[in-house]
Design a protein around this ligand. Sequence first.
Ligand SMILES: Nc1ncnc2c1ncn2[C@@H]1O[C@H](COP(=O)(O)OP(=O)(O)OP(=O)(O)O)[C@@H](O)[C@H]1O
Ligand SMILES: [Mg+2]
Length: 374
Amino acid sequence: MDQERLLTALRGVLDPELGADIVDLGMVQSVHEHDGHVTVGVALTVAACPMRDQIEGDVRRKLLALDGVEAVQVETTSMDAQQRAELMAVARKRARENAEETRIPATTRVVAVASGKGGVGKSSTSVNLAVGLRDLGFRVGLLDADIWGFSVPRMLGTDEHLSAGDDKLIIPAVVNGIEVVSTGLIVETEDTALMWRGLMLSKALEQFLKQVSWGPLDYLVIDLPPGTGDVQMALSRMLPQAEMVVVTTPQAAAQKVAARVADMARRSFMPILGVIENMAGFTCDHGTTYALFGEGGGQALADGLGVPLLGSIPLDAAVVSGGDRGAPVVRTDTPAGLALRSLADRIVEALPPVDGESCTGRIARLVDDLTAAD
Ligand SMILES: Nc1ncnc2c1ncn2[C@@H]1O[C@H](COP(=O)(O)OP(=O)(O)OP(=O)(O)O)[C@@H](O)[C@H]1O
Ligand SMILES: [Mg+2]
């Protein structure tokens, strides 16, 4: 396997505060691959770096997302003074250069909700996951990347509109404590209609990432359109930290399509966090469970991809009525509501919020303070 592929994947690991990747920062000291086993030497800024677990976890996830990588061993060392000085120089330069990239900070975890087939429940899952994360106390954004087929505004029950701030940036609507951006929240005038019709899908997504004044979010949930096209590729290009969850039904056919999405995720270096099975067994009032859409598809897909099954959400009329009334079912004690709440817990476990106070960041400030004192 060529070194370049491994390094490209490692470029997806960002130092959260410096906003630069660990390859550019000179933190990757060595990468070796043998029979699918990769050993990576990572030099941390200080031995007791509080970011250690996070960086190790991110390195592992990015590399395991590559075809042919079976196991990853991360060996950490600490930098000497000279290396630290070089790192800070690179970090400062990168931070300046990258300021205009997107308005999503490196401290925001990005969860893209994907599937290979329409109508499996991506939007329902995205909306409920976002609300669930919010209810756990996180700062959450919800980006509706389904530019034409948007359903987020209805599911959140909002008729709020996006507005523009003094700096000409779009201000997200705040619904249920979540920052929401969707084409469905744009007031249709002749001008805007023309403008949006003229935009390519990937361009529209770019607008939403670059021209929106997102707050300092812990999580950004992205509801992807069905299929494996432009939008998904643009996303991975603009948000290197994005990770994907794949929604599938328990049916075998749906699973085949979802596998296609997973393949695309691998090609674009977007790690797959796990699989979510939706529309699983329906339990009637008498306690009998009916597998209306089959059984086991979620687990089978998860096994096939070597990722965990993050949750299984039962078929539940409360999802539909909640979506139609704009009252997310995650806030109810229905079977689906409970399953969605534990899904939010699992996502936080699998992708813990970034500790914004990284050791490199602290060193940067220390250096600045010392320089200022001179
Ligand atoms: N667990 C569930 N139980 C019952 N109905 C559900 C469940 N999940 C989703 N639905 C319903 O299925 C329909 C499709 O769901 P949703 O819009 O979330 O899918 P989607 O994957 O986003 O579709 P699209 O590909 O069109 O964007 C909706 O009417 C929704 O209310
Ligand atoms: Mg949808």
